[in-house]
Structures are given as structure tokens and as C-alpha cells.
Design a protein around this ligand. Structure first.
Ligand code: GDP
Length: 193
């Protein structure tokens, strides 16, 4: 799998119309700070194309990154930022649900969970929306470098149990530092193109 080029092509705010792309889309969801920008940058082989959330509460948009002029990586707005107003949380939810519901070329939704933490109520809700829209979520357990080998199985089990994941659903440990897990994600993208 070779990344030849990647560019941020479309940014959708709350009031913008979603694009009607014809090439496959692969979406990424997760709470703020989970490592979503780092993962998307890692997949695109770029350092800073996807914004990392140095400033929490950054604008809530859906960003479409066009890769190799072949497919899109879709960065869904991060959720769970504590200081956000209630109304904004609702808008965020509607925006994500609307996208999952509307896209005709969405192949996969990756849900990111920090490997060190038990999935939150928001994570569980996101998981259920994904299932409800007819997709099989693929869990990416981020920041895998933060745990040692002996801690990993227990952490993975906790995530699987809390989300109530069927055994055949995928959970991929990923590290933006070592790029562990990247090939597995590329394989999934390749398979569904
Ligand atoms: P986002 O808000 O989900 O886009 O999260 P970011 O990608 O901005 O990452 C949040 C913070 O976690 C940053 O300080 C990153 O450097 C750090 N981070 C992200 N991924 C990893 C990882 O795999 N390993 C480690 N050690 N830190 C990570």
C-alpha cells in the first residue's frame, strides 16, 4: 500500500451540505484527544495534515481527505469535550448520524478508543449508532505504546466487554509512535475498495 498523495478536499460544518462522493469513504470517530488526527496523519504518511487538537473545543467539522485520488479518509468531529454546551453536543450528534445515514460510499467506520481507558457512555453510544446505521464498527485501540505487553490483553478485554463486541468483530491496537497496526488498517481499506 503506497500513499502517493493526500489532501484535505472538503470541510463540512454544521450547515454545509455533505458531498456526494463516488469514491469509497472510510470514516474515523472517537472522543477528543483519543489520537484521531495522529492516526489519520499516520495513515496518510503526513505529519500535520489532519489537525491535532492542541486546542480543545476546536471547530466541529467533518473533514474529507482525498488519498491517491482513489478514496477518502473522513475525520468525524471528536466528541466528549466536557466544556461544550448541550446544544452543541446535540448538533454534533445529528451531524455524525446524518453523515452515517446519508453517505452512499461509506465502506467502514473505525471507532477509536484509548487503549488505557474503559469506553465511556459516549463511546458506547457512538458504537451503537454505527451498528444502527448498518455498519460493523472496527475498533482501533489507540496509544498502544503506552501499555506494556502484559497489560495489553486485559485492556483489550475491557474494551471488548464494555462495548459488548461480538467475538468476530475486529479490534486493532494502534500506535502513532511505532505505527503498530497500520498495515492491518491498510489491509482493511484495500479489501473494501
Ligand atoms: P485527536 O483529538 O483525537 O485528534 O487526538 P490527537 O491526535 O491530537 O492526539 C492527542 C494527544 O495524544 C497528542 O498529544 C498526541 O501526541 C497523543 N497521541 C496520539 N496518538 C498517540 C499514540 O499512539 N501514542 C502516544 N504515546 N501518544 C499519542
Amino acid at each position: 500500500f503506497k500513499i502517493k498523495n493526500a489532501e484535505l478536499e472538503i470541510v463540512c460544518g454544521i450547515t454545509s451540505k455533505l458531498p456526494n462522493n463516488s469514491q469509497p469513504e472510510f470514516a474515523f470517530a472517537g472522543k477528543s484527544n483519543v489520537g484521531k488526527s495522529s492516526l489519520i496523519n499516520g495513515l496518510m504518511n503526513r505529519k500535520n495534515l489532519a489537525r491535532t487538537s492542541a486546542e480543545p473545543g476546536k471547530t466541529q467539522t467533518i473533514n474529507f481527505y482525498h488519498v491517491n485520488n482513489e478514496f477518502y479518509l473522513v475525520d468525524l468531529p471528536g466528541y466528549g469535550y466536557a466544556k461544550r454546551a448541550k446544544g452543541e453536543v446535540e448538533k454534533w450528534g445529528r451531524m455524525i448520524e446524518n453523515y452515517l445515514h446519508t453517505s452512499r460510499v461509506l465502506k467502514n467506520v473505525f471507532l477509536l478508543i484509548d487503549i488505557r481507558h474503559e469506553p465511556s457512555a459516549n463511546d458506547i453510544q457512538m458504537y451503537e449508532w454505527i451498528v444502527h446505521q448498518g455498519f460493523e464498527p472496527i475498533i482501533i485501540a489507540t496509544k498502544a505504546d503506552k501499555l506494556n505487553k502484559s497489560q495489553l490483553p486485559k485492556a483489550i478485554k475491557l474494551i471488548r466487554q464494555t462495548l459488548n463486541m461480538p467475538e468476530d468483530e475486529l479490534l486493532i491496537p494502534y500506535s502513532a509512535v511505532t505505527k503498530k497496526g497500520r498495515e492491518e488498517i491498510y489491509d482493511i481499506i484495500n479489501d473494501r475498495m
